[in-house]
Design a binder for this molecule. Structure first.
Ligand code: ADP
Length: 300
């Protein structure tokens, strides 16, 4: 599958602060791509660079095989963008607002009417004739998606589209994004892993200015399926004795340790604990999950 977006060795600092330190990322066409990173990790900065809105210090970005140049909007004809808090004219109805946006894109009136009706239906706002000022956050986010799709972009970029929403609003927005798969490619940034697990087929994890883990969700889940278990010791026990003996054990907190391995390894560790009279509160087998895998990678 062709890559609709390719970023290589992207660097960006604000003053002394290095935000992107050599970011490489490829987004296959027709994927639902989760761009994951904690708050302040540089997701918005990356997206703004893709839109040509900020000047990178180094690196290259290609959208549909065409290089993005700072301050030029040529490559943006392929992109629909939904900012994290979309702004609208509050006194307009959704249809009026989409008409205005369509006109600014140079679309013809009958095309605007047809496309707006189709999109408002898709985002669940058909027949909604109230002014936007009365809209919930979720409704605004859905209208923002409709607006971003007006010009039939090949790539839809959404900045934290679900972060400010309640569970129902989140779920509605995720359903809409996933329904777009045949029509366009969706990149959405988020710090909410469960949203990614629910709808994405590709992901990239941004940490310390670069992508530390990425690829198809299926491959990552395989990677994350290494067996493991978690042991919680009783208060007053010395967990150092366990980490000295099992040097690959990871400390989750003062009394809790995570160890990679199957049943044989678990039995061996438990024998060691019993022999050394180290009391256990509980032992738990760890389920493979994206979250566990990401936590492992981020801690390294
Ligand atoms: P994210 O979208 O992942 O939350 P951002 O890309 O918004 O992260 O920000 C990454 C870092 O860059 C933050 O520490 C932020 O404060 C800083 N930053 C972003 N834009 C600017 C700017 N225009 N000037 C100075 N610092 C900025």
């Amino acid at each position: 599958m062709a890559d609709i977006l390719k970023i290589s060795a992207l660097e960006k600092s604000f003053g002394e602060k290095k935000v992107l330190t050599g970011l490489d990322m490829s987004v296959p066409e027709h994927s639902i791509f989760g761009f994951i990173g904690r708050n302040g990790s540089g997701k918005t900065t990356t997206m703004k660079a893709v839109l040509g809105l900020i000047k990178a210090d180094a690196g290259e970005i290609f959208v549909c095989d065409e290089q993005v140049k700072f301050g030029q909007t040529r490559t943006n004809r392929n992109i629909g963008y939904l900012p994290d808090v979309p702004e609208f004219y509050p006194f307009m109805t959704p249809r009026e607002y989409l008409t205005l946006c369509g006109e600014s894109l140079g679309m013809k009136n009958d095309e605007i009417a047809k496309r707006s009706a189709e999109l408002l239906e898709m985002v669940g706002l058909a027949g909604e004739d109230r002014r936007i000022k009365g809209f919930s956050r979720g409704m605004k986010q859905r209208l923002g998606i409709a607006q971003a799709l007006l010009g039939r972009p090949r790539l839809l970029i959404c900045d934290e589209p679900t972060s400010a929403l309640d569970p129902v609003g989140r779920s509605e927005v995720l359903d809409i994004l996933v329904s777009l798969k045949s029509e366009t490619t969706v990149i959405f940034s988020t710090h909410i892993l469960s949203d990614v697990e629910r709808i994405c087929n590709e992901v990239a994890l941004l940490e310390k200015g670069r992508i530390v883990l990425g690829g198809s969700i299926d491959r990552l889940k395989e990677l994350g399926s290494a067996e493991g278990f978690e042991i919680k010791l009783t208060q007053g026990c010395d967990a150092d004795r366990l980490t000295e003996r099992y040097t690959d054990a990871r400390r989750k907190d003062e009394l809790t340790l995570r160890i990679v391995g199957g049943e044989d390894r678990k039995r061996e560790v438990l024998s060691f604990l019993i022999e050394n009279r180290i009391a256990i509160q509980r032992v738990e087998t760890l389920e493979p999950s994206l979250e566990a895998l990401f936590m492992e990678v981020v801690k390294k």
